[in-house]
Design a binder for this molecule. Structure first.
Ligand SMILES: Cc1cc2nc3c(=O)[nH]c(=O)nc-3n(C[C@H](O)[C@H](O)[C@H](O)COP(=O)(O)O)c2cc1C
Length: 174
C-alpha cells in the first residue's frame, strides 16, 4: 500500500461505488469502539475547495450511532475475493454479533485518523466529518426516489474531508 495524492488517484469511480463497494467504518481503533457496514451509495468530489467523500447512512444502522458519535470514518475497498465478506457485512448488523470475526477481514489502524480501516483493503480513504444533513422527502423531485424508503428511514448524508488515501498500484495514475 502506498500513499496516494489526490492528483495521482485513479479509478473508475462509478464501478468502484456501484460494483466493488466499500466498507464504511466509524469509531475509534485505540479504544476498540467501532463498527463497519457495506456501502455502495456515495461519491468522491470537491467541496469547499477540499477533496470530499460523501456517504449516506440510514438511522436504523448500528454504524449510524458510531458515525454520529465519532469525528472520523474510513472507506475501504477490497479485491474481488472478499466480495462475499462485504455481502455479509452488508446484511448482518454489528448490533447482533461480532460480524467482522465471521469474515476473513481484520481491522487495522488508519494512518491519520482514529477510525480504523482493514488490513486486506486495496484502497483506504481516511475522512474527517465536515457536514451532515437529512434527506427531506418533500424535496424529492422524482417520485421514484421515495420507492427506496418503504420504511421512511431516510438517509443521513455526511460529507467527509479526505485526509489521506492509500492504495495499491492499481489506484495510481499510470
Ligand atoms: C451492496 C450494499 C450496499 C449498501 N449500501 C448502503 C448505504 O449506502 N447506506 C446504508 O445505510 N446502508 C447500506 N447498505 C446496508 C448496510 O450495509 C446493512 O444494513 C448492514 O447490515 C448494516 O450494518 P450495521 O447495523 O452493523 O451498521 C448496503 C448493503 C449492501 C449489501
Amino acid at each position: 500500500m502506498k500513499s496516494i495524492s489526490f492528483e495521482q488517484f485513479n479509478s473508475n469511480i462509478f464501478e468502484l461505488w456501484d460494483k466493488q463497494w466499500f466498507l464504511l467504518t466509524s469509531g475509534d481503533f485505540a479504544s476498540g469502539q467501532y463498527n463497519t457496514m457495506t456501502v455502495s451509495w456515495g461519491f468522491f468530489g470537491i467541496m469547499w475547495n477540499k477533496p470530499m467523500a460523501v456517504v449516506v447512512v440510514r438511522p436504523v444502522r448500528h454504524t449510524f450511532a458510531f458515525i454520529e458519535k465519532y469525528d472520523t470514518f474510513t472507506l475501504s475497498a477490497f479485491p474481488d475475493k472478499y466480495h462475499n465478506d462485504l455481502k455479509l457485512l452488508g446484511t448482518k448488523s454489528g448490533r447482533d454479533s461480532d460480524k467482522i470475526a465471521e469474515t476473513d477481514l481484520r481491522i487495522c489502524a488508519s494512518q491519520k485518523i482514529a477510525a480504523p480501516a482493514f488490513e486486506q483493503a486495496e484502497l483506504r480513504v481516511e475522512c474527517k466529518k465536515m457536514y451532515w444533513d437529512d434527506f427531506k422527502p418533500e424535496r424529492f423531485l422524482d417520485a421514484d426516489i421515495e420507492k427506496n424508503y418503504p420504511r421512511k428511514d431516510y438517509h443521513r448524508i455526511y460529507y467527509g474531508e479526505i485526509l489521506h488515501i492509500s492504495g495499491t498500484e492499481k489506484y495510481l495514475v499510470k
